[in-house]
Design a protein around this ligand. Structure first.
Ligand code: MSP
Length: 510
């Protein structure tokens, strides 16, 4: 048993949460739940990124003060995560005093270490990215990501000597091959570093909506520079050093592919400059696309996609929490882009949930009610289902450990398929009550129990209900994986609950 500290990016509060944000948060949540299940001491941090030009502009547009606007929008993220059953341990807001304290401490240390200096900066700025571009990296003077016109800005700024870390970063990557996964993204980050690093401007005088620079009252920190430090604020940096020592070596950042440069180049260099080890791992994910386009708020505003149609809260109220969680985790492997569609949700729901899982539970509980006096029989130790269940346990556990919820669910659904095939083969609905029938049904109940354990990080509510239906008390995540994920632990002898369908089918034209 170890320790596991997982973070999501902190979300900009210029607009409401959408399903792209939910994708990242649900993945992080399932991983946190897996690690709790195996007994790791776990901390899961998410939150909101509340400074910067983009948020200040959104507040002005809505005729609100930045603070009132961020209070309101940050609350919408919490509401979305509550609707999705997100089990975060801490929710950080970058406007909190604890964050100011950590940022000022961290950056004063880098300043004292000699990695910060003053200079004049001139460049092309994209407010949506909160980032500068060179004319070469722009597309005809427009942002390559958002397509909006870049603004020419000139400021006297404080700079971070990123260029001083080129060699150290390359060595770090070589010594820590698993620092960034998947490997394609690691190579992308590494080739960016090898291409040469320029110092970065880390403060602003053009806006006041930011964390004040402790050594220069006219400046606030640039939003990205303050935001990255949230990962340390969450474990008490500058306030409780013991906590930092405890959690930092087990840190895992889950991030989208467009913010690789910040997390895989700037952030490890910033940590080195402050005398800290870089985070232990960055897992990069792709984008959910609608009709081939990223669900970006800017594009939505331009009418390319209607994000209001795909708010996480609306989705969960239409399809249920766990079906949406399942869809987000199962449809796309972490690292690749995936297509999001309502048709896709319906298809996954009807096939994997209603036909495979729901039907399995319904069949077995019905036979127990009609042919076993409502009491669950015990599994057999020599069942032909056992090796298949054991293989699924090994494969799913391995996939969860490798940050691959999609493969973990694939292995789990393999066991569901095998159990349905086992029932087809033995046709217990045609058998007379007796030992043979009891054996087949006991085996199926045991397989269902193991499925509930394996799927619990993805679908906690449904798995709890399955647990109850097969006559068990507590929940599949209340016991450690090591002791529950063993064939033969189902003891039978308790009353089975024959409930309403777990997943009533959805008409496919919905
Ligand atoms: N505030 C910064 C992150 C700072 S972390 C120190 C930011 N915020 S964001 O709200 O724009 O994006 C947050 C995360 O949401 C990113 O990882 C991004 O990839 C993810 N997603 C936003 N739209 C997405 C999709 N359409 N699909 C999947 N994830 C996407 O960047």
């Amino acid at each position: 048993m170890g320790r596991f500290y997982i973070t999501t990016p902190i979300y900009y509060v210029n607009d409401a949460p959408h399903v792209g944000h939910a994708y990242c948060t649900v993945n992080a949540d399932s991983l946190a739940r897996w690690h709790r299940l195996v007994g790791d001491e776990t901390k899961f941090l998410t939150g909101t990124d509340e400074h910067g030009q983009k948020v200040a502009d959104a507040a002005a547009k809505n005729e609100m003060s930045p603070q009132a606007w961020t209070d309101q929008t940050s609350a919408r993220f919490r509401e979305a995560w509550d609707a999705l059953g997100i089990s975060y341990d801490d929710f950080i807001r970058t406007t909190e005093p604890r964050h100011y304290e950590s940022v000022q401490k961290f950056l004063s240390t880098i300043h004292d270490n000699g990695y910060i200096y003053k200079d004049t900066y001139k460049g092309l700025y994209c407010v949506s990215c909160e980032d500068y571009f060179t004319i070469e990296s722009s597309v005809d003077g427009r942002c390559p990501i958002h397509g909006r016109a870049l603004i020419e800005m000139e400021e006297e700024n404080w700079f971070f000597k990123l260029s001083a870390f080129e060699d150290r970063l390359i060595s770090y990557y070589e010594e820590h091959p698993g620092f960034v996964t998947p490997e394609t993204k690691r190579n992308e980050a590494l080739s960016f570093i090898k291409g040469g690093l320029r110092d970065i401007s880390i403060t602003r005088t053009s806006i006041s909506w930011g964390v004040p620079v402790p050594w220069d009252a006219n400046h606030v920190f640039y939003v990205w520079y303050d935001a990255l430090i949230n990962y340390l604020t969450g474990i008490g940096y500058g306030r409780n050093d013991e906590e930092v020592v405890r959690w930092w070596p087990s840190s895992h950042h889950l991030i989208g592919k467009e913010i690789i440069r910040f997390h895989c180049v700037w952030w490890p260099a910033m940590c080195m400059a402050a005398g800290l080890e870089p985070p232990s791992h960055v897992q990069v994910h792709g984008w959910l696309l609608v009709g081939g386009q990223k669900l970006s708020k800017t594009m939505a505003a331009e009418g390319a996609v209607r994000l209001t149609d795909i708010s996480p809260v609306v989705l969960t109220s239409e399809y249920g929490v766990d079906p949406i969680r399942y869809y987000l985790l199962r449809e796309t492997s972490l690292g690749n882009d995936g297509e999001f569609s309502l048709e896709g949700i319906t298809q996954r729901y009807n096939t994997d949930l209603a036909n495979n899982l729901g039907n399995l539970v319904a069949r077995v509980t019905t036979i127990v009610a009609t042919k076993c006096d409502g009491i669950g029989p015990v599994p057999r130790s020599d069942s032909s289902l056992r090796p298949l269940a054991e293989e699924a346990l090994v494969n799913a556990a391995g996939a969860w450990e490798r940050f691959s919820p999609q493969s973990a669910l694939e292995a789990t659904w393999g066991l569901i398929g095998a159990t349905n095939a086992y029932l087809e083969q033995h046709a217990p609905w045609k058998m007379e009550p007796g030992d043979a029938l009891q054996g087949v049904i006991g085996d199926a109940l045991e397989a269902i129990r193991l499925v509930a354990v394996l799927a619990s990080p993805a679908m906690p509510e449904v798995c709890r209900e399955i647990w109850r239906r097969i006559g068990l008390s507590g929940s599949p995540d209340a016991e450690l994986f090591e002791s529950s994920a063993v064939w033969g632990r189902y003891r039978g002898s308790t009353s089975i609950v024959r409930g309403a369908p777990l997943f009533p089918r959805i008409a496919s034209d919905q």
